[in-house]
Write a protein that binds this ligand. Structure first.
Ligand SMILES: Nc1ncnc2c1ncn2[C@@H]1O[C@H](COP(=O)(O)OP(=O)(O)O)[C@@H](O)[C@H]1O
Ligand SMILES: [Mg+2]
Length: 223
């Protein structure tokens, strides 16, 4: 399974999402790896701070790295360059677009989804960094995205300082500790949110593939 995480904006949790999808699947016993396709090498930097249980490779060794992996997650960089996005998106089973509920992030997500539509690449949106006091804004963002025909995953990733703490020590959020080594009280809230997204991703990809099969083989289905 090939998943690409990308978007036209920086700071919308692309790298954090790549790391956590990989962490959840690794915990489930899948052979998973991340390809860091960002010039800033953020995923490689994240991994270098700690001891993640799955490998992160630079894009230059993508072909070799993905051999034998059950799931390959490509962490893309913020870009609106059509050619660059085409290059990233082609061949993916799913392009995952994280967006915050902010208006500009939602607008850019709709633009990117339009481009992916023209490329006929399966894509879906994940709402991230939702402040617990601003659920209304997240619901409004979801409605706006759905109005444009986008598939949006159920639920969202909450805005939690546990994610920052996890990143600082190169761990996944369920292992987040503060400077004194105390476990973050909300770490499992962040972990559960990504667990829910991984199972939704698997369903979304299966449904997409079965829809394509039905389109390609209408007689066999109706027979
Ligand atoms: N759900 C979240 N809650 C709080 N902080 C987050 C969350 N997701 C990501 N972050 C933080 O936001 C910053 C940007 O995230 P990152 O994944 O690097 O974004 P991108 O890859 O899109 O540029 C990082 O410091 C990261 O720890
Ligand atoms: Mg990044």
């Amino acid at each position: 399974m090939f998943i690409t995480v990308c978007g036209q904006k920086g700071g919308v949790a692309k790298t954090c999402t790549s790391i956590h999808l990989a962490s959840v699947w690794d915990r489930q016993g899948k052979n998973v790896c991340i390809i860091d396709a960002d010039k800033n090498r953020s995923a490689l930097a994240y991994a270098s701070r700690g001891n993640l249980p799955f490998p992160v490779f630079p894009v230059s060794s993508a072909a070799k790295a993905s051999r034998g992996a059950d799931i390959v997650i490509t962490d893309g960089q913020a870009s609106s360059d059509e050619e660059e996005l085409k290059h990233l998106a082609y061949g993916s089973d799913l392009v995952l677009i994280p967006t915050t509920p902010k208006a500009r992030s939602v607008e850019l997500t709709v633009e990117l989804a339009n481009l992916l539509n023209t490329l006929k690449v399966n894509h879906a949106v994940l709402i991230v960094k939702v402040d617990s006091r601003k659920h209304k804004a997240a619901n409004q963002a979801r409605e706006a995205l759905q109005k444009f025909g986008l598939f949006v995953f159920e639920g969202h990733i909450p805005l939690l300082s546990a994610f920052d703490k996890a990143e600082a020590s190169g761990r996944s959020v369920d292992d987040a500790v503060d400077d004194y080594g105390r476990a973050d009280p909300l770490r499992m809230t962040g972990w559960s949110a990504y667990c829910s997204i991984t199972s939704q991703i698997q369903c979304q990809i299966s449904k997409h593939l079965s829809d394509i099969n039905k389109l390609n083989n209408p007689q066999r289905i109706s027979a």
